[in-house]
Design a protein around this ligand. Structure first.
Ligand SMILES: [Zn+2]
Length: 225
């Protein structure tokens, strides 16, 4: 069995260590409960990604429990069964070369919207700044199926987030930190959207404003690279 890859030197900061760290953050933040959700990271320079194992609580996952899969779904390293949503992660990496990390969550407010099979419209500037607009809810398919993965990729498009009908959401990013912050922002936006409905009718930003803000805020927000 091949050794699991690391970003550079061994120790903190390696890909396996990062996945384990973000798994714990995922539970702590309430974006998942129990063994729900899953995390993966693309291995730089290889047509492969590291993913969390199926059914092991996040605080118990050790580096050797992680599974290395290629983009055809073949298991290259690790003896555990990979997450049931391996197709979801695999198809996203195939469709989106820019995506380096994928986090699947079952966050409560996001899942509430997904349960209605509505999209999350662009109701907040912060949502537009992070995602470039509103997010779609993918058509329903059963957990762990290729059909679910295909529906998710289609609804994800070029954005970094998509809701999964009657299930949860997936957020992507250029690294785990960005995918995680996108998942947090999505959940906060979903909560705001639901609360806005309680006191009135949320105003959806018109397409021309969304387009202009998406470009403008992407330039002005955060640190330049
Ligand atoms: Zn799930």
């Amino acid at each position: 069995m091949t050794t699991l890859p690391s970003k550079g030197s061994a120790g903190p900061g390696t890909l396996p260590a990062e996945i384990i760290e973000y798994g714990k953050k995922l539970v702590k933040s309430g974006l998942v409960t129990g063994t729900g959700g899953n995390i993966s990271v693309r291995v730089p320079g290889r047509e492969a990604f590291l993913i969390t194992p199926s059914g092991i609580p996040y605080h118990e996952i050790e580096e050797q429990d992680l599974v290395l899969l290629d983009l055809e779904g073949n298991q290259l390293a690790g003896s555990r069964r990979p997450s049931i949503e391996q197709h979801l992660h695999c198809l996203i990496y195939r469709a989106r070369p820019d995506v380096q990390a994928v986090i699947h969550t079952h966050a409560v407010y996001t899942s509430a919207i997904a349960a209605t099979r509505q999209d999350l419209p662009p109701i907040l500037d912060t949502l537009v700044a992070a995602f470039g607009g509103g997010l779609k809810t993918a058509s329903y398919a059963s957990i762990g199926t290729e059909e679910l993965a295909q529906n998710a990729v289609k609804a994800l498009g070029k954005r970094n987030g998509v809701l999964l009908a009657n299930h949860g959401a997936v957020c992507t990013g250029e690294d785990l930190a960005q995918a995680f912050s996108n998942a947090q922002l999505l959940e906060a936006s979903a909560q705001t959207y639901i609360f806005a409905h309680l006191i009135g009718k949320p105003v959806i930003l018109p397409p021309e404003v969304v387009e202009q803000e998406a470009q403008d805020l992407a330039q002005r927000y955060g640190q330049k690279k």
